[in-house]
Design a protein around this ligand. Structure first.
Ligand SMILES: [Zn+2]
Ligand SMILES: [Zn+2]
Ligand SMILES: [Zn+2]
Ligand SMILES: [Zn+2]
Ligand SMILES: [Zn+2]
Ligand SMILES: [Zn+2]
Ligand SMILES: [Zn+2]
Length: 421
């Protein structure tokens, strides 16, 4: 979401840098092209400019001393150095860039296991609070621009808190003090408030970790994608209490949104009662083998583990999360939320998957345009989009197991508890 600035300060005589850039709107096409088998066999992460069938425009610029190159936040770029040069580099994150980073880039990086560059969730929360403090003491009062920015920031912070919220916060233990903020063992992403940790300190070759650093901890987004430690028995921990953050957010929202009538002051209480998706999979992953009745390759049906599928009594069929996504366009987070937060899971799930049959495909054009502008779009559709488009994953920590949407087969977790279904 940040925009890179490169200033070439000095160079040897006859030295320069060649820049190759693509438009932000082409980023999906660039990714697909680099991932395609013909391309990746030659140069997995670089464009081969000799290749005449590159399906998008590549902009070329020769940078010499004094030239400043400003990269668009989501464009692809590569450089080629001719001789010795020295540059200054810095990056700027605008509110628009921050919104893109939280709403879209976070999930893309999480799917692809690209470690976080900036702690964007923390930044969003800090910027909201510091902007508010500045405005409280400002003499000039509120301008229309600041008001719009505050609303945009609130939208970002609301999503962060909503994803991390937990109904009974007191029920989850503290993660404990760590000198460095933990990152996700699977994707390397930023962990803001909640993290899932292995109960058994499991490691490869059935050894048990002896220090807290050995414990595999996974971010809520990876956990709902089915990514776990080797044993799969993970419990949620909180890094800090969320209530004070919610209280500050409510105070800011009440003052701003009500005073300006930009929109009605939605209290965060609705968020608290709203079940957050990561809360809902505290139901431990279990190990019994079940059949998913969706065709896979040559097979009419296939075997999977009961934690990886849902049963619908009305349809007389079970479907694994991978097929729930590929045939119904529903992400596991949404499916699990619907299924496990009701007394009649099968009926609720059936109604949901029938009612929302067209939901994703209808909103797809809007999703693409929102993604381009960094605007908010319903989370369920964003999760479905990223799970569907990014299935290659190379976990940071190898003491982990792939999730429902990663390449390869789902591995069996070794559970100590019995299957309740
Ligand atoms: Zn993760
Ligand atoms: Zn484990
Ligand atoms: Zn639950
Ligand atoms: Zn299946
Ligand atoms: Zn059904
Ligand atoms: Zn697609
Ligand atoms: Zn089960």
């Amino acid at each position: 979401g940040a925009s890179g600035h490169y200033l070439l300060c000095c160079q040897q005589p006859d030295a320069w840098i060649d820049w190759f850039m693509t438009a932000a709107s082409d980023s999906q096409r660039v990714f697909d092209y680099l991932q395609s088998p013909q391309t990746s066999s030659k140069s997995p992460h670089r464009l081969d400019l000799e290749d005449s069938d590159i399906p998008f425009k590549v902009y070329v610029f020769k940078q010499e001393r004094g030239d400043l190159v400003v990269l668009p936040p989501r464009g692809y770029h590569q450089r080629s150095f001719k001789g010795t040069t020295a540059s200054f580099y810095w990056s700027r994150l605008t509110i628009e860039g921050l919104r893109y980073a939280v709403f879209y880039d976070f999930y893309k990086r999480q799917r692809l296991c690209l470690p976080a560059v900036h702690p964007v969730k923390q930044l969003a929360y800090d910027i909201l609070c510091s902007r508010f403090a500045e405005l409280e003491t400002s003499e000039t009062g509120l301008t229309r621009t600041t008001a719009v920015e505050m609303r945009q920031l609130l939208e970002v912070v609301d999503e962060i808190l909503r994803v991390e919220a937990y109904t009974n916060e007191e029920d989850i233990p503290n993660f404990g003090n760590t000198a460095i903020a933990p990152s996700c063992a699977f994707c390397g992403g930023e962990v803001f408030q909640k993290i899932f940790s292995c109960k058994n300190r499991c490691l490869k070759d059935k050894t048990v970790g002896s220090t807290p650093m050995d414990v595999v901890s996974i971010c809520p987004s990876c956990y709902v994608d089915g990514r776990t430690c080797l044993c799969g028995e993970m419990t949620p921990f909180r890094l800090r209490p969320i209530s004070p953050m919610v209280t500050s957010r409510d105070k800011i929202a009440a003052i701003f949104l009500a005073a300006l009538l930009l929109c009605s002051a939605r209290a965060m209480n609705s968020v608290r009662t709203n079940q957050s998706f990561s809360h809902c999979i505290e139901h431990p992953f279990q190990g019994a083998v079940r059949t998913c009745s969706t065709r896979k390759g040559q097979q009419r049906s296939h075997q999977t583990h009961c934690y990886a599928l849902l049963n619908c009594k009305n349809c007389h069929a079970s479907k694994c999360y991978e097929h729930i996504l590929s045939t119904l366009n529903i992400h596991s987070a949404q499916a699990i939320l619907v299924y496990y937060t009701t007394d009649s899971p099968s009926e609720a799930w059936h109604k949901h998957h029938v009612d929302l049959r067209q939901d994703y495909s209808k909103s797809y054009p809007r999703l693409l345009s929102n993604m381009l502008s960094g605007n908010h779009h319903p989370l369920n559709h964003r999760l479905a989009y990223f799970a569907h488009h990014f299935s290659t994953a190379d976990p940071i920590n190898k003491n982990t197991l792939r999730g429902f949407y990663d390449e390869g087969e789902i591995a069996v977790r070794q559970f100590s508890s019995l299957c309740p279904l």
